[in-house]
Design a protein around this ligand. Structure first.
Ligand code: UT7
Length: 337
């Protein structure tokens, strides 16, 4: 990447809906146990949006906090990218709804679909817009209301997912700081492994047979698991190489929060100790594209991640897709008048 214009995260924010669904609650809903869920996934509880809350409501809360911590005014945003597989509706984009809620009048707005890798895809797109000089401030929000598409009679998926939003305001930072490299990828041969079968043009909702579960998320857990373990490590290796870094340079790994066993394998591959890996899936479950920005915001707001730290963010998910980035952490904006 060019050295002239460094781009980084100026501020982060998160929002988790109030209601908490515990493993004990799930034991009453499906044939499962706290022991199975914790040992196979690492998850103990997850947050669930209210019936009247849609993704734009969650995104608005997280975005407002990110604007506050970055010191950037909503009116100064040039672009809003919402990454989600659970938009308020197919169109208009959730980004346009959030733009209106924030009063970000001059911002262009669009949604980006890359499932759990969404935030990393979004951050990469934002970075290119800023590097090119077209925009100065881009808001990226990873948001999911997965509870709305989860089948709470299917024990193989309903124990995994939660709702939430994580946001970042992206803009120019001091030279050599911010995003150092990205690695994005996709393998559409795995498209069937993780999908929402109905509701699109392949199978419109009007064609869903009574009793069908096609309007709920479907996942072949094993397939995704194998893919995840493979790409997490290789994507980390590539972003480090592109950034001219080695594993020893990494202060924190912020991985997608899907399964503790997948995170452990990435941790071992990078040779990192546990204290260098940001993990919160025990409290939130898998929030798809919201997982990484929520974990990042928690670690930053708790003072764990500090100015000058080297981070690797890595995720994988539906598509199948993956994404990773190496960051030299600094929220200091360059050239602010
Ligand atoms: O964000 C990206 C998308 N998602 C992921 O990254 C998820 C990736 N995959 C996974 O995390 C794991 O594959 C799961 C957690 C989904 C499943 O774990 P697993 O170790 O691959 O279990 P499995 O699917 O092989 O199932 C093992 C057994 C089965 O029983 P039998 O056939 O061995 O008798 C399942 O029926 O566990 C059973 N099972 C459950 N038992 C109790 C599946 N779900 C449950 C459950 N409670 N909730």
């Amino acid at each position: 990447m060019s050295k002239e214009r460094s781009v980084g995260i100026l501020g982060t924010g998160r929002y988790l809906p109030e209601r908490v669904l515990t493993n004990a609650d799930l034991e009453k809903m499906v044939d499962t146990s706290d022991e199975w869920i914790v040992s196979r996934t690492g998850i103990s509880e997850r947050h669930i949006a209210r019936e009247d809350q849609a993704s734009s409501d969650l995104a608005f809360e997280a975005a407002s906090r990110a604007l506050e911590t970055s010191g950037v005014a909503a009116e100064d945003l040039d672009l809003i990218i919402i990454t989600t597989v659970t938009p308020d509706m197919f169109f208009p984009s959730t980004a346009c709804i959030v733009q209106e809620k924030l009063g970000a009048k001059k911002a262009a707005a669009f949604d980006l679909s890359a499932a759990c890798s969404g935030f990393l895809y979004g951050a990469s797109v934002a970075t290119q817009f800023i590097k090119s000089g077209m925009y100065r401030y881009v808001l990226v929000v990873g948001v999911e209301s997965l509870s709305k598409i989860t089948d709470y009679t299917d024990r193989s998926t309903c124990v995994l997912f939660g709702d939430g939003a994580g946001a970042a305001v992206i803009g120019p930072v001091e030279d050599g700081m911010g995003f150092l490299s990205f690695d994005l990828g996709a393998d559409g041969s795995g498209a069937e492994s993780l999908k929402l079968p109905a509701g699109g043009s392949r199978k419109p909702l009007s064609k869903v047979e009574p009793g069908s579960r096609d309007n709920f998320l479907y996942m072949s857990g094993n397939e995704v698991f194998k893919f995840a373990v493979r790409v997490m490590g290789s994507a980390c290796d590539r972003v480090l190489e592109k950034a001219g870094l080695t594993k020893e340079d990494v202060d924190f790994l912020v991985p997608h929060q899907a399964n503790i066993r997948i995170i452990d394998s990435a941790m071992r591959r990078l040779g990192l100790s546990e204290d260098k890996v940001v993990v919160n899936l025990n409290r939130y479950g898998n929030m798809s594209s919201a997982s990484i920005p929520v974990a990042l915001d928690e670690a930053v707001s708790e003072g764990r991640i500090k100015e000058g730290d080297t981070l690797v963010l890595v995720g994988f998910g539906g598509g199948l897709t993956w994404g990773a980035t190496a960051i030299k952490w600094s929220t200091k904006e360059k050239g602010r008048e």
